[in-house]
Every structure is written in structure tokens, then in C-alpha cells.
Design a binder for this molecule. Structure first.
Ligand code: TLP
Length: 345
């Protein structure tokens, strides 16, 4: 028989650094959720969802947006929109759309990934061009997809000139370009540009409200109005028609209003954490620390993560020798300092 530990014997959590998805709604978000006007969003009648979609579309420089429960769904709906069965999707090695989305591109859209090398998460535009398949003996390329920031590379940012060059390749080859922009506001903050400078280069962008921006739930796919009408059908197929979803969109609107300006604070704290860990002798690639993530390479990551968790500092083991820490708006300078005391002891 297994017994559940009484709450009092669980370690006190000093800092939950497993992801920026772990934040809880602020009192202001909860109030907005309680007050939100709602309607049936499958009929397009939820005013709060409609306001959120319009605002994300405006900020990203796209015609329309569609609210969904998760970044996985917005990415996979986009892949379904752009591709036909048997095609390939060119993406940077380690891309979330393949590595962490449970084979959905194959099971839902019938397509397979073709990875291109991407040092620090940045693919070389010429490597993207060379990866395009046209021969009758090969699976044709249906889509180019980028990730910015790139999670597995460390929360790294794609420079604007590289983005423009990859857009150029897509245009030359007549291919659509999708962005997994789960953390595109972090990329914009790191580059110090309006987010539209990045997002306008793409045909569709998946924007997560529930990562660094701090909403409890939700992502918005943006693109043309015609693409979003088709996306509405795919969302329904995936079970993503959420009805009175305005209660979620209300919190997301606050995240969108207040979140972007705060992200530089998370980046500053990530840098402090990374430098302190490097100083303490941990193997940290400081060049990869560009936004709100810090990856450490160490032996037996799972065991180390369990030891730290017992002391109240939560991190993620994302590979046998890889530990990830993610900063977010519910980690203060004080919590970070206390966590560092544990990590560097
Ligand atoms: N990533 C999660 C885990 O799946 C690893 C995290 O904690 O970082 N794109 C990118 C780049 C992501 O990092 C994530 C979430 C998603 C898409 C998927 O978003 P959700 O979890 O909303 O489906």
C-alpha cells in the first residue's frame, strides 16, 4: 500500500523553476475571469475570446487569430493547415513540434520532420534551402517551421537578419513559413523590438499566453482570416472547441497587457542564476543564456533534480545529463537568492 505524505511533511518550495508554465493566476486575473462576458466560442460568440484574438493579431501584425487551449494545439493545427499527407516539415533540430508534441504531426497531419542543424537554435538559411525536397523519389517539403525562442537550445533567439533570409528561402521555394512562437515575446524583449518585427515574417505564428506572459491557459494562432477559418475546423477536430472560453481569455488579456514589459526581469534573473552556477563549477553554456532559461549539463540529471527538489528548489531533468531552470514572474530576487543558496551549497 502506498501512503500519501501529509502536506506538512512535503518540503517547502523555495522556487519552482521547472518551467514558466507553472505560474498561477494573479488576483487581478482571477477577478477578470470572474467578471468576463462570455458566449459560445464555437459559434464565434464569446466577446472576451474575440477581444483576445483581435489583440494578439494586432500586436503580431496578422489579420486574424484563433484561441486554443495549448501551444501544442496551435502548432499542430498550423501544420495541418499548411501541409498534405506524405510531406516533410523542415525544422531546427530539437524542435518542440516534433520532440515534445508526441508524434502529432505524423498522426494528425501524416507528415514527418526533416531536421536541419541549428547551433544555438539558429538554422543556417542555406541549410534550410538545401533541405527542401522536390524529387519524385522523395517526400516533398510542405512547410518550414522555426522556433523562437528555441526551447531545447536554451531559450535562444533567432537574429532578425537570419529570419529575413529564411523568409527569402521560403518565398523562393514557394513554401509557407510557420513560427512556434511559444516564447516569441521573450525573443522580442531580448532583441528589443516590437514583437511584430519577428512575427510579420511568418504565414502563421503560434503565440503562448501561458508561458512567460503568465496566463493560466491558452495560446493563439495568428495568420490570414481565410487560414483561421480553416484552422477553426481543425481545432474542432482536435477537441479544442472550448465554448465559454472567455473565462480563460480574460486572464490571457491581462497577461498580454502586463507580461511583455516584465520579461526582461526574467532574463536578468536567468543571467544571475547562470553566472552563479558557472562560478560554482557547473557546466553552463553562457552563450545560450539569452532569455529566461538556464541549462546545466551534469551526470544523472534525474537524481540531482530529486535532491534539489527535496531541498525546495524545483528544476526539470530534460535528458539524462541535462537540467533546465526557467525564470518567470513569480520568482522574485529574494526567492532566486535563496534558491542559489541551495544550488551552490
Ligand atoms: N514546452 C513545455 C514542455 O513541453 C517542454 C515547457 O515546459 O517548456 N512550443 C514550445 C517551444 C514549448 O516550449 C512548448 C511547451 C510548447 C510549444 C507547447 O505548449 P503547451 O504546453 O501549451 O502545449
Amino acid at each position: 500500500m502506498t501512503a500519501t505524505l501529509p502536506a506538512t511533511t512535503r518540503p517547502h518550495v523555495i522556487a519552482d523553476l521547472r518551467s514558466d508554465t507553472v505560474t498561477t493566476p494573479t488576483p487581478e486575473m482571477r477577478e477578470a475571469m470572474a467578471q468576463a462576458p462570455v458566449g459560445d466560442d464555437v459559434y464565434g460568440e464569446d466577446p472576451t475570446v474575440n477581444a483576445l484574438q483581435a489583440e494578439v493579431a494586432r500586436l503580431t501584425g496578422h489579420e486574424a487569430g484563433l484561441f486554443m487551449p495549448s501551444g501544442t494545439m496551435t502548432n499542430q493545427v498550423a501544420i495541418a493547415l499548411h501541409t498534405r499527407r506524405g510531406e516533410e516539415v523542415i525544422c531546427a533540430e530539437g524542435a518542440h513540434i516534433y520532440e515534445w508534441e508526441l508524434g502529432m504531426m505524423a498522426t494528425f497531419s501524416g507528415v514527418v520532420p526533416r531536421f536541419v542543424p541549428a547551433p544555438l537554435g539558429v538554422p543556417d538559411p542555406e541549410a534550410v534551402r538545401l533541405a527542401v525536397r522536390r524529387s519524385v523519389h522523395q517526400s516533398p517539403t510542405g512547410l518550414i517551421s522555426l522556433e523562437n525562442t528555441h526551447n531545447k537550445a536554451g531559450g535562444t533567439v533567432i537574429p532578425l537578419d537570419v529570419l529575413a533570409a529564411i523568409r527569402h528561402v521560403a518565398d523562393d521555394e514557394g513554401l509557407p513559413l510557420h513560427l512556434d512562437g511559444a516564447r516569441v515575446f521573450n525573443a522580442a524583449a531580448a532583441l528589443d523590438v516590437p514583437v511584430s518585427e519577428i512575427t510579420r515574417q511568418f504565414d502563421t505564428v503560434s503565440v503562448c499566453l501561458s508561458k512567460g506572459l503568465g496566463a493560466p491557459v491558452g495560446s493563439v494562432l495568428v495568420g490570414s482570416a481565410a487560414a483561421m477559418r480553416q484552422a477553426h475546423r481543425y481545432r474542432k477536430m482536435m477537441g479544442g472547441g472550448m465554448r465559454q472560453a472567455g473565462v480563460l481569455a480574460a486572464a490571457a488579456l491581462i497577461a498580454l497587457r502586463d507580461g511583455p514589459a516584465r520579461l526582461k526581469e526574467d532574463h536578468r534573473r536567468a543571467r544571475i542564476l547562470a553566472e552563479a552556477l558557472a562560478e560554482a563549477g557547473f557546466d553552463v553554456d553562457l552563450a545560450a543564456v539569452q532569455t529566461n532559461m538556464v541549462y546545466v549539463t551534469l551526470p544523472d540529471a534525474a537524481a540531482q533534480v530529486a535532491r534539489w527538489a527535496a531541498l525546495g528548489v524545483l528544476a526539470s531533468a530534460l535528458g539524462p545529463d541535462s537540467v533546465r531552470f526557467v525564470l518567470h514572474h513569480q520568482i522574485s530576487d529574494e526567492a532566486l537568492e535563496e534558491a542559489l543558496g541551495v544550488l551552490t551549497a
